[in-house]
Design a protein around this ligand. Structure first.
Ligand code: ZN
Length: 133
């Protein structure tokens, strides 16, 4: 079954195109210098509308995680059980994503280093995930 697909808009297209190109794209505020994710029209820190796109390092740290055993959509059933995590990027923003290959039980992953990978998500679309380093 097809997974729910992203709704690509002019605002978030650089992120989704980046996933397909193997690049983790985030916004950067040209006014205050902070990185921003999810895509927005103005900076959540200083409200400037001077946001530009930049490639993040893809390095991050797990700040929380859970094991998904019963999925919210049948399109994810073949992957369950899997680890779903909140990852703080080295640049600051937090993303929620799967951790393919991570152990689904037995140990805390909080504080572990991860790097971004891009996995197939649907026809012509990849999505960001993270692997333990
Ligand atoms: Zn700002």
């Amino acid at each position: 079954m097809l997974k729910p697909q992203p709704r690509v808009t002019p605002l978030n297209r650089p992120f989704w195109d980046g996933c397909n190109d193997g690049k983790l794209m985030v916004q950067h505020c040209d006014e205050c210098g902070k990185h921003v994710f999810y895509p927005r029209a103005c900076c959540p820190f200083c409200q400037a509308d001077a946001l530009s796109w930049t490639q993040a390092s893809g390095q991050g740290t797990v700040i929380s995680h859970t094991t998904v055993r019963r999925t919210h959509h049948d399109g994810f059933n073949e992957e369950a059980p899997y680890v779903f995590a909140a990852v703080e990027l080295a640049e600051g923003p937090c993303l929620y994503a799967q951790l393919p290959g991570a152990p689904v039980e037995g140990e805390s992953l909080i504080g572990r280093s991860v790097r971004a990978v891009f996995v197939p998500h649907g026809p012509g679309q990849k999505i960001a995930a993270f692997q333990l380093t």
